[in-house]
Ligand binder design. Structure first.
Ligand SMILES: [Zn+2]
Length: 205
């Protein structure tokens, strides 16, 4: 695993030093790597402040491109303070590294359920191991989630449009927790299975 801090004028604005950001990312990524048991040895984490996908409620953002590439970004003004920054940074790294492991076994697909399961695994993992916070969690009923499962299954809604994105996380986590319960496998073991196998274990169809 390698961590690259990309050049940016925004490091000047940052209330936390580059060195500190790198040390924190290294620490959290090593912790996640140990839990995830064998993510790609060629994982690259690129870091640049102020990218557009920073969460407005967390001040941190991340995305995963494939098994070998993650980006991490943050608001250099740390609008929620240093303590929350560390918490949300850890959550983001755990979340994205779970995605990278899933993508190692499940190369990118277009269908909605691929992304629903990907996000479900990511939030079940970060909630369990990095105290992750997800705003929609617990709001939707079982019927809601089943209805959304059918919508995602039929590819009739776009999962990245609000409020569908929130429901995708909730529905995904619900499917993953069902699969955990039915199979006795933990979230890390499930992350290494195919999307279809996880759906089969969720016993929802
Ligand atoms: Zn995600």
């Amino acid at each position: 695993m390698k961590i690259y801090l990309l050049e940016s004028e925004d490091w000047e604005k940052s209330v936390i030093s580059r060195e500190k950001v790198k040390a924190l990312i290294e620490k959290y990524a090593n912790e996640a790597e140990e839990l995830l048991d064998n993510p790609s040895a060629e994982l690259n984490i690129i870091v640049k402040p102020s990218l557009p996908h920073i969460s407005s409620t967390k001040g941190v953002g991340g995305s995963t491109y494939d098994a070998e590439l993650i980006d991490i970004t943050f608001d250099p003004l740390l609008p929620f303070g240093t303590k929350k920054f560390k918490k949300y940074l850890k959550e983001a790294i755990f979340h994205e590294m779970n995605h990278a492991l899933y993508m190692k076994f499940n190369p990118r697909e277009d269908r909605q359920l691929y992304w629903t399961i990907l996000e479900g695994l990511g939030i079940v993992f970060d909630t369990k191991y990095a105290d992750g916070e997800h705003f929609t969690q617990g709001r939707a009923t079982e019927e809601d989630k089943l209805a959304w499962f059918y919508k995602f299954n039929s590819n009739s809604v776009s999962h990245w449009d609000t409020p569908n994105d929130g429901m995708m996380y909730d529905t995904g986590a619900w499917l993953v927790m069902r699969a955990e319960k039915n199979s006795g496998k933990n979230v890390v073991e499930l992350t290494k299975l195919s999307c279809d196998e996880i759906l089969r274990l969720s016993n929802t169809k």
